[in-house]
Structures are given as structure tokens and as C-alpha cells.
Design a protein around this ligand. Structure first.
Ligand code: DHB
Length: 303
């Protein structure tokens, strides 16, 4: 019999450990449905706030060879409009995680409540967008992070995941703060603060100047963060950042992740990446004589 690919995160059952990362394709119901049909184990939407938001002017994305640099400015239709997309996804066969942001705890609560009411299976709190004022500082302020997580947890019953920023001195401490405040899981990591300059003119490429780096360049940072976090907390860790093939996913599972999110790699490898990562994990488990994913989660910690 083939090894079992299912994993469980805070009560959510995933048919395999791959998830769509926030911010990529998660902006409409029809796109989300396509990602589910392509084989993802769970979906995370683009971050949704309390009101419609246009985001920053262009350029918002730059290809920096080792990855992608982006500063979109959290464009989204607002939770009222997006609730219609969530409702339309009721028949989805995989868990739908709505990514939520706000500029204070009350706004997080407001969006979280609406998302739950519309049918979100879980929430992922974006406490870590690397450049939008009010969000980029959350992980650097333990009391604010605690207050956001505690407020949301007391307002909803669905599992609440906290997406952490790598732009802090000690991410394991940040994860512990989220856990102590009631988080059901953490996602590590959001993008890394970064910048690119056009040398002919000397002009910063992104309109916002500073953006978030994703893709292969940040994968070793993801591995280190997942490894450090899974040593310090008991809640599940979801690995995110630079995963582009099944080997990357295995590395993250060994570091301590229970599932992995894929984002930037979709641009290059298209939606078939979900099935290829899932089947790569299954073959690896089979070749090594394991029966299920959980057997290799955090295995690297024994060294
Ligand atoms: C944006 C948000 C993020 O959380 C991130 O990591 C990168 C970009 C944005 O919308 O600008």
C-alpha cells in the first residue's frame, strides 16, 4: 500500500501536505477552485482587510533572478465583497483558509468574524506583510501580536493560524508568543524585506522602494526558521518560502513542518507543482519505508 499523504493541522484534514500560499491566485473563487482541482491539500486566499484597497502603484513586482520581489500594498476587495467568493466556495473539497489583516486588533476581529460567517474553514492572520505600515511591525511588538491573536481567538471558533515574519531577531520567540496567545498553528515565513535598484538611473525598481523577497533565495531561511520554531512550540508549523520541488518540501518536513505552502514556484512550474510535490513526497516515504507523513516531521532534530 502507498504511504498515507494526509496530514492534520489544528483539526483541519488535508489530503496531502501541500497548500496554496497567501497572495498567489487566492483573489477569486474561480482561481481558488482551479488550484483545488490541481491537487493542493488546502488553499490560502490573498490577504483580506476590512475595506476595499487599491494597493500601491506599479511597478509592484520585480524579477530578481534568485526570486521575486513584490510590494503590492495589500490590494483586496474588502471582506464584504470577498465573502461572496467564500460563500461560492462552500462545495470545495479542500479546506479554505482566509488570510486576514487589519490595522489594529478590532479590524482583525471584524474581518475574522465575517470570514468565519461566510464559511472559512480556518484563518491565517497576516501579522507580517513586510512593508505596509501597521502590519510590518506586528511581529516586532509582542504585546500587539498577543492582543491580535487573543482577540481573534475569542471572537471565532475556526482554527487560527498566525503567519510569522522572518524580519525579527528571534522568530522562535515570536512563535511562542503566538502560541501562548492561543494560535492553533503558525506559518513560517512571510517574505523577507528586500530591495532592487535599476543601475542606469539609480532608481529603486518598486514604486514602494522596499518589498518582500520570495522564491528560491529564501528557502534556507525558511528551513532555519521552521527548525527553530518547531523546537520552541507544540502547535503545528506550516513551512512557506521558496518551496519549488518535492525535495524542498521534504526538507521542510524534516525541519519540523507538518505541511508546506507553495506560492512563487507556481509562476514557473504552473499548477501541476501541487501534484508533483505530493507524489514526490509519497515516493520518498515509500522508498524509505515510512507509512505516513507524520513519521518524518521534525526528524532532523535528533541530530
Ligand atoms: C504583500 C503582502 C505580504 O504579506 C507580502 O509578504 C508581500 C506583499 C502585499 O500585498 O504587498
Amino acid at each position: 500500500m502507498k504511504p498515507d499523504l494526509t496530514v492534520e493541522i489544528a483539526g483541519l484534514k488535508l489530503r496531502n501536505p501541500t497548500m496554496l500560499a497567501a497572495g498567489v491566485l487566492g483573489i477569486s473563487g474561480s482561481l481558488l477552485r482551479r488550484v483545488a482541482e490541481a491537487g493542493a491539500g488546502a488553499l490560502v486566499t490573498k490577504s483580506i482587510g476590512p475595506e476595499p484597497r487599491a494597493g500601491y502603484p506599479n511597478p509592484t513586482v520585480a524579477d530578481v533572478r534568485c526570486g521575486l520581489l513584490n510590494a503590492m500594498g495589500l490590494p483586496n476587495p474588502g471582506i464584504k465583497a470577498f465573502s461572496r467568493d467564500i460563500i461560492a466556495l462552500k462545495t470545495l473539497e479542500v479546506p479554505l483558509v482566509v488570510s486576514v489583516f487589519g490595522s489594529n486588533p478590532q479590524e482583525f476581529v471584524e474581518v475574522a468574524r465575517e470570514a468565519e460567517k461566510a464559511g472559512a474553514d480556518a484563518l491565517e492572520l497576516n501579522a507580517s506583510c513586510p512593508h505596509v505600515k501597521g502590519i510590518s511591525e506586528i511581529c516586532q511588538h509582542p504585546r500587539l501580536l498577543s492582543e491580535i491573536v487573543e482577540s481573534v481567538k475569542s471572537a471565532v471558533t475556526v482554527p487560527t493560524v498566525v503567519k510569522l515574519s522572518p524580519n525579527v531577531a528571534n522568530i522562535a520567540e515570536t512563535a511562542k508568543i503566538a502560541e501562548d496567545a492561543g494560535a492553533d498553528a503558525v506559518t513560517a515565513i512571510n517574505t523577507v524585506r528586500a530591495m532592487a535598484i535599476e543601475i542606469e538611473t539609480g532608481r529603486p525598481i518598486l514604486a514602494n522602494k522596499i518589498g518582500g523577497l520570495s522564491g528560491p533565495a529564501i528557502k534556507p531561511i525558511t528551513v532555519r526558521c521552521v527548525y527553530e520554531i518547531s523546537k520552541s512550540v507544540k502547535i503545528p508549523v506550516i513551512g512557506c518560502g521558496g518551496i519549488a520541488c518535492w525535495q524542498d518540501a521534504i526538507e521542510l518536513l524534516l525541519a519540523g513542518a507538518t505541511a508546506v505552502q507553495i506560492g512563487t514556484a507556481i509562476a514557473q512550474k504552473e499548477l501541476k507543482i501541487f501534484k508533483s510535490v505530493a507524489s514526490g513526497i509519497q515516493n520518498y516515504l515509500e522508498n524509505k519505508g515510512y507509512k505516513e507523513v507524520q513519521e518524518i516531521v521534525g526528524l532532523s532534530h535528533r541530530y
